[in-house]
Design a protein around this ligand. Structure first.
Ligand code: ZN
Length: 107
């Protein structure tokens, strides 16, 4: 991606190694865009890979409020206190009393 930007911004440069004067003016958009697309695809691929790592949802214990990844507790039982685990998402909406308890601790 960086190389693509360089070609678009500076399409002509002298190559000392080959004693050759490169002129990418005519093809700079083609090459520049190709390199930028390669860069974007690479970044998207890295993001997709990262997102896949975080695919597993989080569970929270209804008793000790410890959080676990679903893969660590597939039976929905707390590995610590054996209480039932629930989805982290919307947990405090379903259990507002626990949310209040957390708040009073902070205050
Ligand atoms: Zn627990």
């Amino acid at each position: 991606m960086f190389f693509g930007c360089v070609i678009i911004l500076n399409p002509r440069f002298y190559d000392r190694l080959w004693s050759h004067y490169w002129d990418f003016t005519d093809i700079k958009w083609l090459y520049g865009i190709v390199f930028i697309i390669i860069g974007i695809v690479f970044i998207c691929y890295a993001w997709a890979k990262k997102a896949k790592d975080f695919e597993g949802k989080f569970l929270i214990c209804t008793k000790c409020e410890e959080t676990f990844e679903e893969k660590d507790a597939p039976s929905y039982q707390c590995p610590k206190c054996n209480a039932k685990l629930e989805d982290m998402e919307g947990f405090y909406e379903r259990h507002p009393e626990l949310h209040d308890g957390e708040k009073s601790l902070n205050n």
